[in-house]
Design a binder for this molecule. Structure first.
Ligand code: ATP
Length: 233
């Protein structure tokens, strides 16, 4: 078929916004994001490294340009993943609500934006700037994440219902199969059980300091970059 040339481009099916420190990006981020991409049939996921994360101990935080360079190497060849410098370009602290507003504005109302985060990050979202505004502005996808603070439950979401009602809004209620929280005027919160990968950037930095190999915890291209630049020693 020959295109008429002036056809309107179809809006994206959905765009995931995946913020984090990515210090460094690891296979826990990549595999779980891939599963969310497929489960929700998203057009793509934007990995958005924070310039100056308000919630992290920053003593071993490497430069934003280096974290972005590692991300680009990690996602190279995956058309469903995009590295975004939106927060690195903005001056000052990286607040999620600012990024969400910026992206929703840029992508337009039909894009279907989702904010993606792991359960550990979600359980402290009530400490983030204007956190209720986040729930009013964008749908969330919360990924299960293995962690010592979460007692075991088969779907990996122990404690989330009480947290939603106590800390976010008691008007959130679960749908029939308890995979989505809905609200009459705010955005839905979806739960996504992903492969349990107990890998964290903290562990990776410690392994490097101890002089051991991070092979098979990060993509080879990321390990090579870290080695080449002598990061996290
Ligand atoms: P650090 O150990 O330095 O705190 P991290 O490994 O938790 O870092 P972040 O960059 O802080 O990585 O994480 C960004 C997002 O990815 C967060 O929402 C976090 O919950 C999620 N995430 C990170 N690792 C995993 C994992 N293994 N499984 C599921 N979600 C993850």
């Amino acid at each position: 078929m020959i295109s008429s040339g002036n056809q309107k481009q179809a809006p994206p099916k959905g765009v995931g916004l995946f913020g984090g420190t990515f210090n460094p990006v690891h296979l826990g981020h990549l595999r779980t994001a891939q599963e969310v991409l497929e489960e929700f049939g998203l057009d793509h996921i934007r990995f958005i490294p924070a310039a100056n994360p308000p919630h992290k101990d920053c003593h071993d935080l490497v430069d934003g340009s280096q974290r972005l360079a590692m991300l680009k190497r990690a996602i190279s060849g995956n058309s469903g993943f995009v590295a975004s410098d939106a927060e690195l370009k903005r001056a000052g602290r990286s607040y999620t609500i600012d990024t969400v507003r910026q992206m929703v504005r840029e992508l337009g109302p039909d894009a279907g934006c989702y904010l993606i985060l792991g359960l550990d990050a979600f359980m402290e979202i009530d400490t983030w700037k204007d956190y209720r505004e986040i729930f009013k502005t964008i749908s969330l996808i919360v990924m299960s994440r293995p962690g010592s603070s979460q007692a075991f439950r088969e779907d990996g979401f122990q404690g989330i219902e009480a947290h939603m009602k106590d800390r976010i809004s008691d008007a959130y209620r679960t749908d029939g199969n308890r995979r989505t929280f809905v609200h009459d005027s705010w955005q839905p919160v979806h739960l996504c059980t992903v492969t349990s990968l107990a890998v964290s950037a903290t562990t990776i930095r410690r392994i490097i300091r101890e002089g051991r190999s991070i092979r098979y915890l990060v993509p080879d291209a990321v390990a090579a970059y870290i080695d080449d630049k002598g990061l996290y020693k």
